[in-house]
Design a protein around this ligand. Structure first.
Ligand SMILES: [Zn+2]
Length: 250
């Protein structure tokens, strides 16, 4: 099974010592939703520096034999799933992303299933915050900011790190259900969306965190490494030069 660690983000193939599953039917006869049971899944990250545990709970279909024994039906279908650990599906974001953006993102993830419209409202605020902070564009409506960003890109004036793909991704999400309306309305207007739509908006934010903030930090790190190497070389040269200058006076 392929799995991406929610703590460190490392993708990996999960094998038995790092994976465990338990399941149990509830012994309740014919409720409205039909017989159900609970499945618990735990996965440990194989990255030794991480070693964290993810735990998920799923409500699955169960059935009853003629003699009244309950059992879980085989098959991957789940009626509901929820992650218990870490407490939401939010990715752990690095500190160099502004705290206000991280807070909105984490909150949007936390309430995505409970209240998609509240989640989408937070996600929209987070997206707007990113465009303001990273791209330096500030207008009343998110849609106007997206349009301004597209124009900057067309004029070859987009902030460094903003690719055509990232603006295309924003446009693609705008075409989904009510999310587009979400971007066109004032931030105080709350629009009905379903959990899938809210999650799509969250995925867009994750993509932009990656393409904008994380990529910028990686560039910065690479650059500072190169600068450090150059400085080390320069100082070696300087020492060698000083040494050769001193020699005639010895
Ligand atoms: Zn991990």
């Amino acid at each position: 099974m392929y799995w991406e660690c929610p703590y460190c983000g490392q993708g990996q193939t999960v094998t038995s010592p790092n994976f465990s599953q338990i399941q149990m039917p509830f012994e309740i006869k014919a409720p409205e939703c039909g017989e159900v049971g609970l499945r618990g899944i735990a996965v440990r990250c194989a990255n030794p520096e991480c070693n964290q545990l993810e735990i998920r709970a799923e409500i699955v279909r169960a059935d009853r034999t003629r003699s009244g024994n309950y059992y879980i039906l085989p098959g991957p279908e789940t009626l509901h799933h929820s992650r218990l650990l870490p407490p939401s599906f939010a990715k752990v974001l690095p500190d160099f992303i502004p705290a206000v953006l991280r807070d909105d993102y984490e909150e949007a993830c936390k309430i995505c299933d409970l209240s998609p419209k509240a989640s989408a409202t937070l996600a929209r605020r987070c997206l707007q915050g990113m465009i303001r902070d990273f791209c330096g564009i500030s207008k009343n409506r998110l849609i106007d900011e997206v349009n301004a960003l597209r124009k900057l890109l067309a004029d070859d004036n987009a902030p460094r790190g903003v690719s055509e793909e990232s603006v295309e991704a924003i446009d693609a999400v705008r075409d989904i259900g009510n999310i587009g309306a979400h971007m066109e309305k004032d931030i105080s207007v709350i629009i009905e969306v379903d959990a899938d739509e809210a999650r799509t908006l969250i995925e867009l934010i994750e993509l932009l965190f990656e393409e904008w903030y994380i990529a910028r930090e990686k560039r910065r790190m690479r650059l500072s490494k190169v600068v450090a190497i150059k400085e080390a070389k320069d100082s070696t040269k300087l020492i060698a030069k000083e040494a050769s200058n001193e020699r005639p006076n010895e």
